[in-house]
Design a binder for this molecule. Structure first.
Ligand code: ATP
Length: 217
């Protein structure tokens, strides 16, 4: 990411893709400006948070005018590296992995799963979507030769750490971990963890125990 965005707080940075998607839609529909109230309604983030977030981007909305859509779009595209395609590798072509290979990430952001790896011999050499499934033995060499910075992990939990250690050696910078395993990585590697079962359970719990309460940010 570029230097002048380094000071953006992490919570703000996490909301960037959300803002970006909405601003893209506004731009496509020919809108020139947007108010923080409109943005707030669309992305379900309160308008005070939006104003604070946008002040980090140097986007200062004017009273009665709002924010300039073109400015925001240019900013987000540059900050999210949208002008550059980010290559992604996927490890573990089971049910979840297969769904990701068939999903077109390019529709909403500039990332592309370029290759997949699996240990099962019967999966080797297949194409899913347009993504080739390669043998695990080739993983480190392929990922490091192709300079692939991001990996999606959809293997069974017991092998997740072992594969993570191999990905670190192959020089990946970020891992999107869909396994329930908590991963240990060196400080220079970023792991985002999405445990679908935990998220679902947490939603069910909240529905049961806090059915009408306002959501906390
Ligand atoms: P499936 O029905 O295809 O087995 P699943 O999602 O239920 O899918 P999992 O047991 O979670 O199956 O495994 C996910 C994928 O990870 C499978 O395709 C499996 O072959 C692969 N896998 C398992 N162990 C390894 C490993 N050590 N290295 C790479 N891939 C692995």
């Amino acid at each position: 990411m570029i230097n002048d965005t380094m000071k953006i707080p992490q919570a703000t940075a996490k909301r960037l893709p959300l803002y970006y998607r909405f601003i893209q839609n506004l731009h496509a529909s020919g809108k020139q400006r947007v108010s923080s109230a409109e943005l707030s309604e669309a992305v379900k983030v309160d308008s005070a948070t939006i104003r604070r977030d946008f002040s980090y981007f140097g986007a200062l909305g004017k009273k009665g005018y709002g924010y300039n859509v073109n400015y925001l779009l240019t900013f987000f595209r540059k900050t999210l590296d949208q002008d550059e395609l980010t290559k992604v590798a996927l490890i573990g072509v089971g049910n979840l992995g297969t769904a990701f290979l068939n999903y077109n990430f390019l529709k909403n952001n500039n990332t592309k799963i370029q290759c997949a790896f699996d240990i099962a011999p019967e999966k080797k050499g297949k194409l899913i979507g347009d993504v080739p499934i390669l043998p695990m033995d080739d993983m480190e060499e392929y990922i490091s030769n192709e300079n692939i910075p991001v990996a999606i992990l959809t293997v069974p939990a017991p092998v997740a750490q072992m594969i993570t250690d191999r990905l670190v050696k192959a020089n990946v910078k970020g891992i999107l971990n869909f396994t329930p395993a908590r991963l240990n990585v060196p400080p220079s590697i970023r792991v985002h963890h999405i445990d679908l079962a935990v998220e679902l359970q947490s939603l069910v719990y909240f529905l049961k125990h806090y059915p009408t309460q306002e959501l906390e940010e």
